[in-house]
Design a binder for this molecule. Structure first.
Ligand SMILES: NC(=O)c1ccc[n+]([C@@H]2O[C@H](COP(=O)([O-])OP(=O)(O)OC[C@H]3O[C@@H](n4cnc5c(N)ncnc54)[C@H](OP(=O)(O)O)[C@@H]3O)[C@@H](O)[C@H]2O)c1
Length: 428
């Protein structure tokens, strides 16, 4: 009979409690599948007196997660606390230093310290697994590192923040504005303690960093992701996009070309009839393109107790089976530095702006675009009663750099009121 795999779990919130429940409920199934008993030995959280809905009396309690990580009666340290500094980082380092494998759901920790942690793990002959960190219950890390290992990956895209997708799809479905839905998400508990992590694209940017590293064999580099949130998307944008057959999604794209590696997380227009365009509510989707497989689309729940715990347990089972795969799919010392693309691949852009109602205003905008080498595909001015006229422009393919140059010049024409909204139209 094989030895049991002994776990210590730090963090008994939504995900941690979900993991405890699966370990109990599915003990026989997990043992049958892995050939080993999965045994929970010790747990840690801040407040020992908190009612967590299940009894934890069978497990040793550690108030300090670093002490839990160092225990010599566990094989695997399961980090489910969150945060990229402090307890999560210290305890993960302590676990690796004392010979434990690590399973984590913490995208922020790995997006920022992933390279150093992967190097530490590999130097010690240990494994870090993080399926739950990206797109919740969707087994996307496993797909990229294992199932698609025979492909040269050309592009990875994803809608990976359920809260943003909920806000954007509810704006369209209910006609409520961004601010009302942002407040609703706060009431429903859908927002992180720092909401900018969600609506500012940071959380999804962390996830894209990890996917990109595996896909392109590069060191995770969150600081090289171009980030833009959904805060400036208005109902008009949603309606204009719908009129043209598109929907707006907070879309992460990582793509390598001769220009370098492009990594961006930004609201984009995608065709309404594409799989990404049809994605509703809190559901996540990741699209992976490879030279041999062509395109794979993965769809599923991006968060929540059950889906996230499911992903954590997938990692635990792999460790129980003895599967050894480097953190980012290849040895950490072979990962290359990211060479960011100097200019992104060209695409058409959607522009919405308010023009002062003066003769020649539209001509000035068209001239500025022309000077930046941007040609206009469609242009529409909407009826208005106040001193500014809403104008919508769809450009032919151009680079973001050329567009930024035009937007800077536009601000100096004194005919544009406020900052235009510029959204890439992504081919998916
Ligand atoms: N929730 C999701 O759907 C989801 C999805 C994917 C990934 N994740 C990731 O999973 C991780 C956990 O998320 P969660 O939603 O389960 O968080 P959560 O509900 O806020 O739970 C966090 C847990 O960590 C404990 N904790 C925090 N700081 C600690 C410290 N310094 N020492 C000891 N314990 C500490 C808390 O203890 P107390 O309970 O005593 O306060 C709590 O039990 C995060 O990295 C998150 O990004 C979550």
């Amino acid at each position: 009979m094989s030895q049991p795999l002994r776990l210590g779990i730090a963090g008994l919130g939504t995900v941690g409690i979900g993991v405890v429940k699966i370990i109990r409920r599915q003990a026989a199934l997990l043992e049958a599948r892995t050939g080993r008993r999965i045994e929970l030995v010790a747990v840690s959280a801040r407040d020992a007196s908190k009612d967590r809905g299940i009894s934890l009396k069978d497990y040793a309690w550690e108030t300090d997660p670093v002490a839990l990580a160092k225990r010599d009666d566990i094989d695997v340290f399961v980090e489910l606390m969150g945060g990229h500094e402090g307890a999560a980082k210290e305890a993960t380092e302590a676990a690796l230093a004392t010979g434990k494998d690590v399973v984590t759901a913490n995208k922020a920790l790995l997006a920022i310290h992933g390279q150093a942690l992967a190097e530490q793990a590999e130097a010690a002959g240990r494994i870090i697994r993080f399926e739950a960190a990206v797109a919740g219950g969707i087994p996307v890390i496993k797909s990229l590192t294992e199932g698609l290992a025979g492909n040269e990956i050309t592009r990875v895209m994803g809608v990976m923040n359920g809260t943003c997708n909920y806000i954007l799809t509810q704006m369209e479905a209910t006609g409520q504005g961004y601010n009302a839905l942002f407040e609703e998400c706060g009431r429903l508990g859908y927002l992180e303690a720092d909401p900018n992590l969600d609506v500012g694209g940071i959380d999804a940017g962390h996830k894209l960093t990890l996917l990109s590293s595996i896909a392109f064999g590069t060191k995770p580099a969150f600081d090289k992701v171009r980030l833009e949130g959904i805060q400036r998307i208005s109902l008009e944008d949603i309606h204009h996009a719908a009129d043209m057959g598109f929907r707006i999604k907070l879309l992460g794209v990582a793509q390598r070309s001769a220009r370098g590696l492009e990594q961006r997380m930004s609201p984009c227009l995608v065709p309404a009839n594409s799989p990404l365009g049809q994605l509703e509510g809190g559901t996540n989707m990741v699209v992976i393109e490879g030279d041999a497989v062509e395109q794979v689309v993965l769809r599923g729940p991006g968060a929540g107790e059950g889906p996230t715990a499911s992903a954590v347990m997938g990692d635990v089972c792999d460790l129980a089976r003895g599967l050894k795969i480097p953190t980012f799919g290849q040895p950490a010392n072979t990962l290359e530095d990211v060479v960011p693309a100097q200019t992104g691949l060209p695409a058409p852009y959607y522009l919405r702006m308010s023009l002062l109602d003066k003769p020649g205003a539209l001509a000035k905008v068209a001239a500025v675009l022309g000077e930046a080498g941007i040609s206009i595909d469609r242009m529409r001015q909407y009826g208005h009663e106040d001193a500014t006229a809403p104008v919508l422009i769809v450009t032919h393919k151009t680079t973001r750099d050329a567009l930024d140059q035009a937007l800077t010049a536009m601000a100096e024409t004194a005919v544009v009121d406020g900052e235009p909204v510029a959204l890439r139209i992504e081919t998916v």
